[in-house]
Design a protein around this ligand. Structure first.
Ligand SMILES: *Cc1c(COP(=O)(O)O)cnc(C)c1O
Length: 404
């Protein structure tokens, strides 16, 4: 079972139809071209593929199981299956592409891998991969987030990464992106900027998708082996869109399989700053080096976005999702904070699985679908909820009978 390194999209310049491409300063373009060339070479290199496959197996713990959630299925009237990315080493799907990016950096002779992080999930996964592969690792993080996400900051330190605070502006994710970008511009030769989802300039949307495609390739075979056929519906949450592209890619050519992306409608879908539904509410535009659907304010700047799931609050979405939306191949649905928190407790209490709040958005959509359709629903459970338990209990516990 392997990644899909052979895919008709994007084109040579990194376009998925109208979307994607590369909108960056010329000095960075040369570097992206280098990364693209190096990636095209290694993805055909049997040695690289063997190395990555072995790490997936013996380090990450792949293949992750597909679990038939029988209690949830009986309660809601459709067969719900969970692809258990929450069982991966480090607890989510992000390790799949971080290992790929770290191996690529190593092959390219880089000394250091850098990235920004918001809640710290990408930072921890990348610091893990860097420790394993033998690279230095700098993680840029807003000062406000550093205070808020203490356990992940500690993890990164233990793993040997440097956490560099972004101290300007609102001191959160956007400022961390600025700081990481600035550091990258100063030395793009000895460092590789490891983007954390299927976003950014070409080749990252393609590369991160390819590394994540193992999820769908495994799940497709597991569903066939366990149920005798393909699922009727596949559901995944969409922040930047990497876990969703990871599971969708294997099913894109199966027209009988309906695909569902789930965006966070936060507190209110109708109010700017209260959601992060980039496809449902966004318009085509350019930011962070690529063209896609995005939420922009009147001045063309990225809108403030919000979701209870910090992994989903990004004002844009990977360009292949924009393409699949226009092509009508994937349906995108909004799920609110409230619906996600309900699903968080529902999965915990019916199946004994505490999901990440991000993944709980996909569970909520699967429960809705189960009331509307028959057949088999496969949900990508992108991560586990350990990181979220204190927040959930402090903010919502009383509604679910938990007193602290
Ligand atoms: C980061 C994260 C996401 C969102 O990222 P995508 O690129 O949209 O997949 C979803 N689930 C979990 C558990 C995450 O950590």
């Amino acid at each position: 079972m392997q990644n899909s390194f052979d895919n008709p999209m994007p084109d040579e310049k990194g376009y998925f139809g109208d979307y994607g491409g590369s909108f960056i300063p010329p000095e960075l373009q040369a570097i992206m071209d280098d990364i693209d060339a190096a990636y095209r070479e290694i993805r055909q290199d049997p040695q690289f593929i063997k190395q990555l496959t072995e790490l997936y197996q013996h380090y990450v713990g792949r293949p992750s199981p597909v679990f038939h959630a029988k209690n949830l299925s009986a309660k809601y009237g459709a067969d719900i299956y969970l692809k258990r990315e929450d069982l991966n080493h480090t607890g989510a799907h992000k390790i799949n592409h971080c290992l790929g990016e770290a191996l690529l950096a190593k092959k390219m002779g880089k000394a250091k891998i850098i990235a920004e992080t918001g809640a710290g999930q990408h930072g921890v996964a990348l610091a893990t991969a860097a420790a394993l592969v033998g690279l230095e690792c700098d993680i840029y993080m807003g000062e406000v987030d550093i205070a808020k996400e203490h356990p992940n900051v500690v993890r990164m330190h233990i793993l040997g990464a440097k956490v560099i605070p972004a101290t300007h502006g609102r001191k959160t994710l956007k400022e961390a992106v600025d700081a990481a970008f600035e550091a990258y511009l100063q030395d793009p030769i000895s460092q590789l900027y490891a983007i954390g989802s299927v976003v950014g300039p070409h080749p990252f949307p393609m590369m991160v998708r390819d590394f994540q495609s193992i999820i769908g390739n495994e799940a497709r075979q597991q569903m066939q082996a366990q149920t005798g056929g393909l699922p009727d519906h596949v559901v995944a949450c969409v922040g930047g869109g990497s876990n969703a592209m990871g599971i969708f890619t294997a099913f894109l050519n199966d027209s009988q399989v309906a695909l569902h992306g789930v965006e966070p409608s936060g507190r209110c879908l109708e109010e700017e700053g209260e959601h992060a539904a980039s496809i449902t509410k966004g318009q085509p535009g350019v930011m962070h080096g690529f063209k896609s659907y995005m939420l922009q304010d009147a001045g063309g700047e990225p809108q403030e976005v919000y979701s209870v799931a910090s992994g989903l609050d990004y004002p844009s979405v990977g360009p292949q999702h924009a393409y699949l939306k226009d092509a009508g191949r994937v349906n995108y649905h909004p799920i609110s904070d409230k619906e996600a928190i309900d699903a968080f407790f529902e999965l915990s209490r019916t199946e004994g699985i505490i999901p990440a709040i991000e993944s709980a958005h996909a569970i909520a959509q699967a429960i809705k679908l189960a009331g509307q359709v028959d057949g088999k629903i496969l949900v990508n459970l992108s991560g586990r909820g350990d990181k979220d338990i204190d927040f959930v209990v402090d903010n919502y516990g009383a509604d679910y009978g938990i007193n602290r």
